[in-house]
Design a protein around this ligand. Structure first.
Ligand code: FES
Length: 164
């Protein structure tokens, strides 16, 4: 009888059982009783955190006439340079020997973003083709006829303010 049943319906773990979904070993496992928690919603990061800045620009500082608050004075680490957009103008702000310096962000060679460049001392290398600019005076060490605009910087309270 068992042989006859095996011939007719196959073994419990045979190919027919697997094809018909009766095989317990190869059957898909039921969903876990407690499903994995859904990934947390991606909360937007504050711009300062996304940029790796340590502090937000203070909002309670009144900048001098013609100046704009751009950063907290402790936002940049020594030797760091970043791009900041103020009133639609992109500038690069650097911290060198504890002093903040601001230059135009656009490289005069071909428009590279100097705020994304590598700062070595007071010299930033453009990330596109490596032209070098001194952030303290805007001079170009690669091409003597090129330079970038500099902006006056004042620190008021905890705020780095740039004359725009
Ligand atoms: S765009 Fe800056 S070096 Fe070419």
């Amino acid at each position: 009888m068992s042989l006859l049943k095996t011939l007719l319906v196959g073994r419990p773990d045979g190919i027919r059982a697997r094809l018909l979904g009766r095989d317990k070993k190869s059957a898909p496992s039921p969903p876990p009783s407690s499903p994995r928690p859904a990934p947390a919603a991606l909360a937007p990061e504050p711009a300062e955190k996304a940029l790796g800045l340590r502090k937000e620009a203070p909002k309670d500082v009144t900048p001098p006439d013609g100046y704009e608050v751009v950063l907290h004075k402790d936002a940049l680490a020594e030797g760091q340079i970043i791009e900041v957009i103020i009133g639609g103008t992109a500038i690069a702000v650097a911290r060198v020997h504890g002093q903040h310096h601001a230059i135009a962000n656009t490289c005069p060679h071909a428009g590279g973003p100097l705020g994304d460049g590598k700062l070595n001392g007071s010299v930033v290398s453009c990330p596109y083709h490596g032209w070098k600019f001194d952030v303290t005076d805007g001079s170009c060490q690669t091409n003597g006829t090129a330079r970038v605009k500099t902006f006056d910087v004042k620190v008021v309270g905890d705020a780095v303010c740039v004359q725009m």
